[in-house]
Design a protein around this ligand. Structure first.
Ligand SMILES: O=C(O)C(=O)C[C@H](O)[C@H](O)COP(=O)(O)O
Length: 213
């Protein structure tokens, strides 16, 4: 993972996790995200439209930080990279997928929720992991306890995060950014409910401004 991507994620602070059913919806979605100063998207491999959606965003919005989520296999990691994703994210730590990515120049942020998994990640030279499922694994309290012994590790908490708890996670120094599907849910995208998505983004900006003091 390049430092400049980590720096951008850390300045944006929130990553919309997106499940897209119609690839063409990626175009107006990319437009909303860039126009509203949240130029970042995790497109999940939960639907057959994922690869095309990644391609469309990469083509139309090259400035947007684009990653692929729910990447479970080496083959999906290859497809994500070919389509234009800058890095891939997985819900868990799959040793063979992680090793494949590391050996093939694909940046991967695997999911972890235990000290043992963090140590496996560290041994592979990884310095950024996803903390998933964040809330169900013990939330902020668990992440603080997990992060403490591993000063060199940074985290992207995801799973159960919303406007109500995102700032508690962001207050942890080792947290780079939080992921969440609440910003653009599959249902909102299907309905092309742009207003709701823009509102969520604006609420995030207002919250982050307040917290910067
Ligand atoms: O690693 C992946 O790609 C995943 O599939 C995990 C997703 O990021 C979460 O499921 C989003 O969590 P919510 O914001 O609670 O909906």
């Amino acid at each position: 993972m390049t430092q400049s991507i980590v720096d951008t994620l850390s300045s944006l602070k929130v990553i919309p996790v997106i499940q897209i059913n119609r690839a063409e919806d990626a175009i107006w979605l990319g437009e909303i995200l860039t126009q509203n100063q949240l130029p970042v998207a995790e497109i999940t491999f939960r639907t057959p439209a994922a690869v095309k959606a990644i391609k469309l965003i990469h083509e139309h919005f090259p400035e947007l930080i684009l990653c692929a989520g729910t990447v479970l296999t080496a083959q999906q990691a290859d497809m994500a990279k070919e389509a234009g994703a800058s890095f891939v994210i997985s819900p868990g730590y799959n040793p063979s997928t992680v090793d494949y990515c590391l050996n093939n120049g694909i940046d991967i942020v695997p999911g972890i929720n235990s000290p043992s998994q963090i140590e496996v990640a560290l041994e592979r030279g990884l310095t950024l992991v996803k903390f998933f499922p964040a809330e169900a694994s013990g939330g902020v309290k668990m992440l603080k306890a997990l992060a403490a012994p591993y000063a060199q590790m940074q985290f992207m908490p995801t799973g159960g995060i919303s406007l109500n708890n995102v700032s508690d996670y962001l207050a942890i120094p080792q947290v780079v950014a939080c992921g969440g599907s609440w910003i653009a849910t599959a249902d909102t995208i299907d309905k092309q409910d742009k207003e709701t998505i823009v509102n969520h983004i604006q609420n995030i900006h207002s919250l982050l401004k307040t917290h910067k003091g």
